[in-house]
Design a protein around this ligand. Sequence first.
Ligand code: GAL
Length: 820
Amino acid sequence: MVHASDQDPSGACCKRAEYGAKETPADGHGRVARRALLRAGLAGAALPLIAGCAEPERAANKPGLSFNAGWLFGGAYQPRAELADFDDSAFTPVTVPHTAAHTPLSWRDWDPAAWQDVWIYRRHFDVSSLVSALRGQRVFARFDGVMVNATVVCNDQVMASHRGGYLPFSAELTDALRPGENVLAVVVDARCIAVPPVPAGSDPASIDFMQPAGIYRDVSVLVVPRAFISDLSATPADVLTARPRVDVRCTIDTARPVTGRATLLAELLDGEARPIASQILPLDISGSGLSSASLSLTGFGPARLWSPDSPALYTVRARLTVPGAGAHEATRRIGFRDAAFRPDGFYLNGQRLQLFGLDRHQMFPYAGMAMPARVQRRDAEILRNELNCNMVRCSHYPQSPHFLDACDELGLMVWEEAPGWGHVSPDVAWQDLVVENVRDMVTRDRSHPSVIIWGTRLNETRGYPALWAATREAARALDPSRPSAGAMHVHNPVEWAEDVFAFNDYSVTRQGAARLAPPVPGVPYLITESVGVMETRPPHFAWTDPPEMLARQADLHAQAHSAAGESTAYAGLLGWAGFDYHSLLGRPYSVKWAGVADGFRVPKPGAAIYQAQVDPKVRPVIIPVFFWGPGGSSAAGGASGASGAVLGDAMIASNCERLEIAVEGGPSMTALPSDAPRYRNLPYPPFFVTMPPASGDLVIAGYAGGRAVAELRMSADPAFDRLAIAADDEAIAADGSDATRVVFRAVDAYGNQRRYLTGEVTLALAGPGTLLGDNPFEFGAYGGLGAVWVRSLPGQPGVIAIAAEHPVLGQAAVQVRATA
Ligand code: GAL
């Protein structure tokens, strides 16, 4: 049935600009696929539609034409710098995602003074050749994320402003555009402003993560008819039955009253192309403003279900055709899955599934939060495919749309939460913004099958029941299908009012072993953080820490996950944290070394326990949680540990049934997985072995299903140590923002990480790219490895060669192609 012409009751998708009079579609709205433009006859002149626009972005849920290239960055704001006639000849050409800072960021010692300022970006663009094609169209600039507050000015008119760094907003440019050159200016206010997560009157150390400034996510331009689909929500229902359906609701934004009957065609596509269900609705759109239309797609079942092992995806496509005003198309990628938190755990598609995962901050050395799609997506790949997680918590804010797209594709379930950390400001405006953030988050991401729960209570906050009721209701109104939660640091059900009790559980025994508080009886219960680092004293879990401390991290994560298997009442556990991140509360170097992988995304010994939790048929894994050198193995955490049980002095994480371990020339010894109670609920508990002295190379053979499936060798002889270098990708796009990571490491003769604490690595780059990173890189300060990112230059394809040199370890080189 059609429910046309009623104002969108949620009010979520349109906001009035603070200083301008424009209404701006906020989230995930107004997508305009290239094909839709072609059909509407607008792009006959071939894209780019507006000079300087690149091809439409590839990401599945991304609308519009990329407007990432061609910006000018003017540094600190100067009076009049937002006005069209301002002389910007001294500005620096940049491509977004971009970090605004007075000095380039290193991997260490970030100082918020470097970015806490007001910044100016400008972009010139020309629409002269398209003026007639644009007649009757509406043009929006969409910003996926600007840190912290943004004011958008086009040809001297303020078109929109936005508060907060983690959610998208749009500025309608239509009325400001003129033939010839246009100037879009963005004033970015990145001072320590009282915008969630930062409370009023606080400094940057009030929260445990840094917030570098800039237009740090994508910018796109949308050209749409004067009546267009500004939001599409598509909710699968009855997914476990033979007759599933998809409930589709379109918000239609009409600039002027439309004469004649419009039609809405909605289709369900298997994957991205094959239509399997459709429905047409006639619509009466009488007034201007927002209206909505709803319908259901049926008759296609049963659907292939989405799950971590088989993340089947479908697409909903809606096409609005308005006589005399053209057509507009919007798409959303969806998945059919039934996700439910119950008192006896989490159920996916009717079956209990233990949640096993990590928390993620979106911070990167050198770049702040400004990394392109490829790098964002890679984090999801690491979590799912290397660390075997089935869930990630986006702590403590909505994260990159590219990351979420990858989670959909990889089957990585997501907890997403509104920006916050430990504080609530008492003032109404601040709290209103929290509610608005929840609305914008849910509107942006409710189609993602990977998202299974909303964090509507800000991380580790107490009190304010009215606020949490408002955020919960805001989420429920937009998405009744998902539960609400909020990570608590008090184990007190009286303060709790969400659907799932989520607890950050850092409990330890007196001996220092990880343990968990008992689940709150009778309610769904999830551990949202565990292990972490200790705040005031070691362990930090930095590469420079003693090896037994690094091993202890693996041990604690193993114990915590195992403890979460003690009762089905624990839906699962998310360890703190996936990756190291930058924080004024972190030591040393203002880094929080809580990651099981470091900020460069290199797995630390602490990650081994995650890497091993996979069926050996998929990937046999043998990872010694120690270094092997002339003195033998460095000690592991298991033995120094916790309960005092003698388990052997070296931990090996493996999914093999049995390991045969020998020092070259010596007898072989057999090791079996630990049967110690504190690992008993892990699918693949660690091994503990008392190692002989390192009289030669170490050889570990792994057996599964009765046969040898893997072998690992480690060298005791440092004479063969060398410098290794590797790039994640052979090729990147020559668009000025695409980048790939290049890791350099001190390794032994077989490629194992050496503990190496001296010397500098000097890097040289030749070809059309830039190095994002410290050069030279101090091995000693970091612990024998490091990384940089290689970024392309816009419109300059070619081979980028990176050479690295260490005074003792020698040279290594790698190449990356930048492709047109
Ligand atoms: C938690 C908090 C995390 C992090 C951690 C300490 O309480 O939620 O964001 O600060 O402590 O490492």
